[in-house]
Write a protein that binds this ligand. Structure first.
Ligand SMILES: Nc1ncnc2c1ncn2[C@@H]1O[C@H](COP(=O)(O)OP(=O)(O)OP(=O)(O)O)[C@@H](O)[C@H]1O
Length: 216
C-alpha cells in the first residue's frame, strides 16, 4: 500500500480551481520534489495534505487514514509551511521544549541533539528574537524532524539558508530517506530539487502537469 494517496483533489476558492483534480500515490522511503511557478498550487496542496484546508472534492489518505475524517491532521508528520514562527523571548531550546511538551515524546537531550544536527548547538540558549532568518529556518527544520516523524512536508525549506545550511539540509534529507521517511519538498531551487528528489512533479495552475523520475 502506498503511504500517501491523493485522489481527485480539487479545491475551489471564489470559483477558481486552486487545486485541479490532483492524483498522486507516494511511497515510503522516497523524496518527492514539487516545482512550479509562484501561485501554481504547491503550498495549497501541502496544506490539504496537512488537513489545514478542506478539499472541495476528492480525498487524501495517509497510511490508510483519511485526512479530515479518520484524522483531522496527519499523525507523525513534520511540517515547514512558510517561515516558521517562534516565541521571540524564548531561546531556541526553550521553543522546541515548549513544542515537544505537547506530545511528550522526546527528552531535553534529544532536543540538544537535533539542535546540533541543524548547526544550532552554539545558539541553543540564545533567544530567538536574536536569531537571523537562516537561524530561524534551521530551528524550523529542527522542529519538523525532532519527533522523528514518518512524513515530512517542507515548503521552501532552504529559503534564507547559507551554503552550509543547504548542505546540512540535503545530508539530513538523505539520512531520513534511508530510514524510510516519506519526504515532500517544494522549492524554486532547481539544482536542489534535482539533487534530492527520486521523483519530481511540476504544478501548473493547480494541476500536476508533468512528472519526471530520477535515478540516484
Ligand atoms: N487564502 C486564499 N484565498 C484565496 N486564494 C488563495 C489563498 N491562498 C492562496 N490562494 C491562491 O491559490 C493559488 C495557489 O497558491 P499557492 O500558495 O499554493 O502557490 P505556490 O505554488 O505555493 O506558490 P509560491 O511558489 O509562490 O509559494 C494562488 O493563485 C493563490 O493566489
Amino acid at each position: 500500500m502506498n503511504y500517501l494517496v491523493i485522489e481527485n483533489a480539487t479545491k475551489v476558492i471564489h470559483k477558481k480551481k486552486i487545486l485541479n483534480n490532483i492524483n498522486l500515490s507516494l511511497e515510503k522511503g522516497k523524496i518527492y520534489g514539487f516545482v512550479g511557478h509562484n501561485g501554481s498550487g504547491k503550498t495549497m496542496l501541502f496544506r490539504a495534505i496537512c488537513g489545514f484546508i478542506k478539499l472541495t472534492e476528492g480525498q487524501i489518505h495517509i497510511n490508510g487514514e483519511k485526512v479530515g475524517k479518520d484524522i483531522s491532521f496527519p499523525k507523525n508528520t513534520g511540517i515547514i509551511l512558510e517561515n516558521p514562527g517562534f516565541i521571540p523571548q524564548y531561546t531556541g531550546f526553550k521553543n522546541l521544549e515548549y513544542l515537544a511538551s505537547i506530545h511528550h515524546k522526546i527528552t531535553s537531550s534529544d532536543i540538544y541533539n537535533v539542535l546540533d544536527l541543524v548547526g544550532l548547538k552554539e545558539s541553543a540558549d540564545i533567544k530567538t528574537k536574536k536569531y537571523s532568518l537562516g537561524m530561524k529556518q534551521r530551528l524550523g527544520i529542527a522542529q519538523a524532524i525532532m519527533e522523528d516523524p514518518d512524513l515530512l512536508i517542507f515548503d521552501e525549506p532552504t529559503n534564507a539558508l547559507d551554503r552550509s545550511g543547504c548542505k546540512m539540509f540535503q545530508n539530513l534529507m538523505f539520512q531520513l530517506k534511508e530510514r524510510g521517511k516519506t519526504i515532500l519538498i517544494a522549492s524554486h531551487n532547481d539544482q536542489e530539487i534535482l539533487h534530492l528528489s527520486d521523483e519530481i512533479y511540476e504544478m501548473e495552475n493547480g494541476a500536476l502537469s508533468k512528472q519526471s523520475s530520477m535515478v540516484h
